[in-house]
Design a protein around this ligand. Structure first.
Ligand code: CAA
Length: 258
């Protein structure tokens, strides 16, 4: 597939999508969001792919939704198009895990896109922010919700109300990113993490992702019950038998994704 706003490659069992609008700091225009959806559809349908890495450049993961594209839109334009929901949420619907590898600016919709992924590994030059307030609007792709859940009310409120950016160290302390790596090693580290996931049982990985995500939608009691049901269901798989037998027999597991 030929894309103009992203690049796509595979590294072993990992699909790598890089946002690629260098002249616009990878601003997330409609064409890019559409291409991203197509690339995710293709990786989702490809049995050889077990996980995806979403990245940008060293300078910018993405500096937000495309301001030039949206500046003159009317209320009816954005309302009727359900602007920002449609297309963007494809990332949250992916059943295969998506690791965000974030270097440079992840601002506005860029920060929101990273937070839609399953976890974020940050390059040491990463900067996260929700600067929409400084251009007369508010986050519109989940920033006020996902950032608040990730870092708590005080930090999220300050960032959304002032537009202040967090550097990688602060983002790690706050729990927004799983870890920081030198920017030169970012993609390799993210591919390594995604490769580890891709080497495990596909259905068990998907169940695990579903269970962690339930934590954001349920009470603790409901979430724990949901987890227990999924845990029980793993005992119906060949891969649970294989994984536990391999441990007991002191050999590597050969998962069959069954
Ligand atoms: N949309 C469109 N174009 C953008 C852009 C964006 N979000 N961010 C950067 N660009 C463009 C700039 O206009 C510039 O283009 P020209 O060369 O044609 O002028 C080019 O990218 C390079 O940017 P700068 O010259 O500004 O680079 P810099 O190094 O001085 O600053 C920056 C980098 C701090 C990221 C700055 O570009 C910036 O503040 N960008 C906007 C950040 C922002 O407000 N994001 C929120 C967008 S709204 C949103 O995302 C809504 C939502 O919730 C979904």
């Amino acid at each position: 597939m030929a894309f103009e706003n992203i690049t796509v490659e595979t590294r072993g069992n990992v699909g790598v999508i890089a946002l690629n609008r260098p002249k616009a700091m990878n601003a997330l225009c409609a064409a890019l969001i559409s291409e991203l959806g197509q690339a995710l559809d293709a990786f989702e349908a490809d049995d050889s792919i077990g996980a995806v890495v979403l990245t940008g450049s060293e300078k910018a993961f993405a500096a937000g939704a495309d301001i030039k594209e949206m500046a003159s839109k009317s209320y009816m334009d954005v309302y009727l198009a359900n602007f920002i929901t449609d297309g963007w949420e494809r990332v949250t619907k992916c059943r295969k895990p998506i690791v965000a590898a974030v270097a440079g600016f992840a601002l506005g919709g860029g920060c929101e896109m990273a937070m839609m992924c399953d976890f974020i590994i940050a390059g040491d030059n990463a900067k996260f922010g929700q600067p929409e307030i400084t251009i007369g609007t508010i986050p519109g792709a989940g920033g006020t919700q996902r950032l608040t859940r990730a870092v708590g009310k005080s930090k999220a409120m300050e960032m959304c109300l002032t537009g202040r950016m967090m550097d990688a160290a602060e983002a790690e302390r706050a729990g927004l990113v799983s870890r920081i790596v030198p920017v030169a090693e970012l993609l390799d580290e993210a591919v390594k993490a995604a490769g580890k996931i891709a080497s495990l049982s596909r259905p068990i990985v998907m169940l695990c992702k579903e269970s962690v995500n339930a934590a954001f939608e349920t009470t603790l009691a409901q979430g724990v019950t949901f987890e227990r049901r999924l845990f029980h269901s793993t005992f119906s798989t060949e891969d649970q038998k294989e994984g536990m037998a391999a441990f007991v027999e002191k050999r590597p597991a050969a998962f069959k994704n069954r």
